[in-house]
Design a protein around this ligand. Structure first.
Ligand SMILES: [Zn+2]
Ligand SMILES: [Zn+2]
Length: 114
């Protein structure tokens, strides 16, 4: 099954439901918006066998687009990296800092997903 077909499959629909249940918060991982949310893959490495908690994130439509544009336009920048970059950029603009929990999450996932 190719990735595009996978996204249209029942398997992905089920996985997405599991993610939604797990993520009661339902907000964009970059800006905290609660509307127009997309489920985004931090990596395609394990597509079809994603770890719901670690490899999927909610992004609002705008940030989702920004991440995928960044991936397209920067050579060598993978999707994991681009997602964190967009978040860092947003936090710099809005004067926010990463919490300890997020920094830990970043360090952990960078080892596994990069
Ligand atoms: Zn957003
Ligand atoms: Zn995406």
């Amino acid at each position: 099954m190719r990735y595009k077909e996978y996204l249209a499959s029942k398997k992905w629909a089920t996985k997405k439901e599991a993610f939604k249940k797990d993520n009661g918060g339902r907000e964009c991982w970059v800006c905290g918006a609660t509307k127009n949310l997309h489920v985004h893959h931090l990596t395609y490495k394990h597509a079809k066998y994603e770890n719901v908690k670690e490899e999927l994130r909610y992004l609002c439509a705008a940030h989702h687009e920004e991440v995928h544009e960044l991936v397209q336009h920067s050579k060598g920048s993978n999707i994991w990296h681009a997602t964190f970059k967009v978040r860092k950029r947003w936090e710099a603009i809005h004067g926010k800092r990463w919490g300890v929990r997020d920094l830990k999450e970043y360090a952990r996932s960078s080892k596994r997903l990069k």
